[in-house]
Design a protein around this ligand. Structure first.
Ligand SMILES: [Zn+2]
Length: 422
């Protein structure tokens, strides 16, 4: 496959000593640690001490401030901390610190190592670096870390909200894998059964170990970190994030853009994904409740959405970003009545298969119960969103990607007119 994978991936109490040994073996004698004030306290100092004790030449840059955003100022700050010597960059942190380090190391052609401080997101092994460019968040293709070293004690001691967020990002795989299957079945979207199964398995492992993850036992945190890395490896192996990111992620992305636009504080990615997964699992539950005869009636009444009305909806929901969203969504906007009829026919012909896919998604109440056990938010109001903002995301989140998710299925079946989810 096109992308180099991290090797080794170490999740262990002595991970930092192993990182030092790795650097010696591969002659990475000069290093720059990137951290923020929190991750420096939790991990950076311990990492720095370990590397210095091993006789390595270590610099460290701490990104200060309440909310670290992957933007030009942060990139510049990391560049300033470099000297003329080629240095391996070590991201000592979770999502954003890793993304900033990922981007700089790629563009400066430096070796990139990841030392996660919290099991909060499945992006550690990722090649995409979401960066804020002129106010718009864009995921730039970069590279995966050459290796990952997660100190188990540090990760088990991470804030509960961050552990819950990582757990919720994994629970989202129940709906993302089901969407991955639907897209293949109904619209011939690119698919791989092994990737689907691997991604589903990580969700199952975390579901079964929810209690222990809620208590942050070291063994369960190792399971969670392994699950997050494995989900990322599935993305690398498949070549895009389709298996790990479905309608639940589209809602989360919508909310993230809304917060940015309104200048409101960011919310942990996984926290948004968890609540969105409850909502999307609700759509799967509605799908499970439909008989074949009912579906036939609904399809009979279903017509291709009007292009002008779709564009107006995108414009109203996305403002300045509407044009880019409409471009991404082009394949759906340009759909002919014939293509629409083909999808309708496929829905009816494959209704048993659709039911089998939907059966693998736990009911929304079960998703909410699991999130609660882990200590994460379960409702939109806990995230600080109004019902109107939740409805806005449900109505418009699906425009963000060119994918056939259960949200699209609900639309064809007219389920989106029945707002019983909120
Ligand atoms: Zn995610």
């Amino acid at each position: 496959m096109p992308y180099a994978k991290p090797n080794p991936v170490v999740v262990a109490p002595d991970a930092l000593a192993q990182l030092a040994a790795y650097c010696h073996e591969r002659s990475h004698t000069h290093l720059l640690i990137v951290a923020d004030a929190n991750t420096d306290r939790a991990l950076g100092r311990k990492l720095e001490a370990t590397l210095l004790a091993a006789g390595l030449d270590v610099r460290k840059v701490i990104l200060h401030g309440e909310e670290i955003i992957a933007d030009a100022a942060r990139v510049y700050q990391v560049m300033l901390a470099l000297d003329g010597t080629p240095r391996a960059l070590v991201a000592a942190g979770s999502g954003t610190i890793t993304d900033i380090t990922r981007f700089v190391s790629h563009r400066a052609r430096l070796h990139f190592l990841s030392a996660p401080s919290a099991p909060s997101v499945d992006g550690f092994a990722s090649v995409g670096a979401p960066m804020l460019i002129d106010g718009v968040k864009i995921s730039l293709p970069t590279h995966a870390p050459a290796a990952i070293f997660a100190d188990l004690d540090v990760n088990a001691a991470a804030p509960r909200a961050m552990i819950a967020a990582g757990f919720a990002d994994i629970l989202g795989k129940f709906t993302s894998v089901a969407d991955f299957r639907l897209g293949h079945l109904l619209r011939d979207e690119r698919y791989d059964e092994t990737i689907a199964q691997r991604t589903y398995d990580v969700a199952r492992v975390c579901q079964v170990n929810a209690e222990a993850i809620g208590q942050a036992t070291p063994a369960s945190i190792a399971l969670l970190m392994d699950a997050l890395v494995e989900s990322g490896l599935c993305i690398l192996d498949f070549g895009d994030s389709a298996s790990a990111s479905g309608a639940e992620h589209h809602l989360s992305h919508f909310w993230e853009m809304l917060l940015l636009r309104k200048g409101r504080p960011a919310i942990l990615h996984g926290a948004k994904v968890g609540v969105a997964t409850v909502l999307i699992a609700g759509i799967y539950e509605q799908v499970r409740g439909l008989s074949r005869a009912e579906v036939a009636d609904r399809l009979e009444a279903s017509t291709l959405p009007d292009r002008a009305a779709e564009l107006a909806a995108i414009d109203a929901a996305y403002g300045a970003e509407a044009e880019a969203v409409a471009r991404t969504h082009g394949a759906f906007l340009d759909m002919t009545p014939e293509t629409y009829d083909t999808i309708k026919r496929r829905i009816l012909d494959n209704w048993d298969e659709i039911q089998a896919i939907a059966a693998q998604v736990p009911p929304p109440a079960e998703i909410a119960r699991l999130l609660e056990i882990a200590g994460g938010p379960t409702t939109v109001s806990e995230l600080g969103f109004s019902r109107a903002e939740a409805a806005l995301a449900l109505d418009n989140g699906h425009y963000l990607r060119n994918r056939f998710t259960v949200r699209k299925l609900a639309r064809v079946l007219g389920l989106d007119q029945e707002r019983s989810l909120l």
